[in-house]
Design a protein around this ligand. Structure first.
Ligand code: P6P
Length: 375
């Protein structure tokens, strides 16, 4: 009868989580975490939608540079605080990792990632929070934020892991060097492959505010009804079409891609691919918007490796893996160009990954994945 619940009109995200908890599909802690994500999403939606009205306060640069070396926009910082605090005060988090965090917070530890970029994990296991601390959330609070001044859709991306058993918290020597046991546990819990995610989702701030999530039981979509301040279920079971006719990538980089990628894009845009129909290009340069359209309409989204960026541009932990989990749960596929994104064991919080995802037949046409990576 759970499907019946989902088919009912007006089921809110709160009700949905209660129904899942009543069936033991999620526990109370995860339900509580999603309550806080829901509240944070409403606040961020308001901030993004009213930003142009509060130019001085919300738009433009913060004047800081984040751990990615990118100019931090005011909204990046504000939305990061909103999401981080919403999660911390649930008392259910063991660790948080964010694209935007570059300063030690609550005794956070900074690790030099393998590519020399400093990265950190924010343990919130402190006396300040009565917490069970068994969940880890990785998130990008405002992906595509460089578009926000132009009113182009932006989004929040998040993934939730469960802390592994201490015995499984074995980090490679080069990662555990100089770390305390607690730090090793936090880092090991954070650097998990996407296939270990227990939940993932995104919030799209656009003409409407859409929250799409999966707990590994399919993909469900909610739309924010501002008149009641609730996310209402609008897509009970999202399934991506087996094949689409849209490709989504920054074609400006085509000369940097490897030959198979160039050949594939040239073929499908000319109608010389398997479907024999020419594909259209749709690309807004904002991952959440491009992937949401791909999920609903089908086709393929790609930010592949290129000559300058061997690992592409997108981040594995809090962009590639959560989006790949959602895509596979909706019947789609997600590969790096030669392996399944969800199989990749991260070696750094801000590690990049090439991403080619979307309709199964389109992804298979681009390049069938080889054997999954070990680990
Ligand atoms: P490019 C936004 O900056 C972002 O991280 C993603 O949201 C988006 O898919 C990608 O970068 C766009 O990158 O190089 O095409 O501008």
């Amino acid at each position: 009868e759970f499907e019946d619940v989902c088919e009912q009109t007006g089921v809110t995200l709160s009700r949905y989580c209660i129904e899942l908890a009543n069936r033991g599909i999620i526990d109370e802690d995860l339900s509580s975490i999603f309550n806080s994500i829901r509240e944070a999403a409403k606040v961020i939606s308001k901030l993004v939608n009213t930003a142009p009205l509060k130019q001085a306060e919300l738009l433009g640069l913060q004047g800081e540079i984040n751990v990615q070396g990118e100019d931090q926009k005011k909204l990046d910082v504000i939305t990061n605080d909103v999401f981080k605090n919403a999660l911390r005060y649930t008392g259910k988090m063991g660790t948080l990792a964010s694209e935007e965090e570059d300063e030690p917070v609550d005794g956070a530890r900074l690790w030099e990632g393998p590519d020399g970029e400093s990265s950190e994990v924010i343990p919130v296991l402190s006396e300040e929070f009565a917490d069970t601390g068994k969940y880890i959330c990785v998130f990008d609070p405002l992906d595509g934020s460089s578009n926000v001044d132009a009113g182009i859709p932006v989004g929040t991306i998040f993934g939730v892991f469960q802390e592994p058993d201490p015995a499984e918290c074995e980090l490679p020597d080069d990662l555990s060097k100089g770390l305390s046991e607690d730090q090793q546990r936090c880092l090991a819990g954070t650097l998990q492959p996407g296939k270990s995610l227990v939940a993932a989702g995104y919030v799209l701030y656009s003409a409407s505010t859409e929250l799409v999530l999966t707990f590994g039981q399919g993909v469900v979509g909610f739309t924010l009804d501002s008149s009641i301040g609730e996310f209402v279920m609008t897509r009970p079971s999202i399934k991506i079409p087996a094949r689409g006719k849209i490709y989504s990538c920054n074609q400006g980089n085509i000369n940097e891609w490897d030959q198979p990628m160039r050949d594939y894009i040239e073929a499908i845009r000319k109608g010389e691919g398997e479907s024999k129909k020419p594909y259209s290009l749709r690309y807004i340069g904002s991952m959440v918007g491009d992937i949401h359209r791909t999920l609903l309409y089908g086709g393929i989204f790609a930010y592949p490796a290129d000559k300058k960026n061997q690992d592409g541009k997108l981040r594995l932990l809090y962009e590639g893996a959560p989006m790949s989990f959602i895509m596979e749960q909706a019947g789609g596929k997600a590969i790096t160009g030669h392996s399944r994104v969800l199989d990749i064991p991260p070696v750094g919080v801000h590690q990049r990954v090439p991403v080619i995802l979307g309709s199964a037949e389109d992804v298979d046409e681009q390049g069938p994945e080889t054997a999954p990576e070990s680990g």
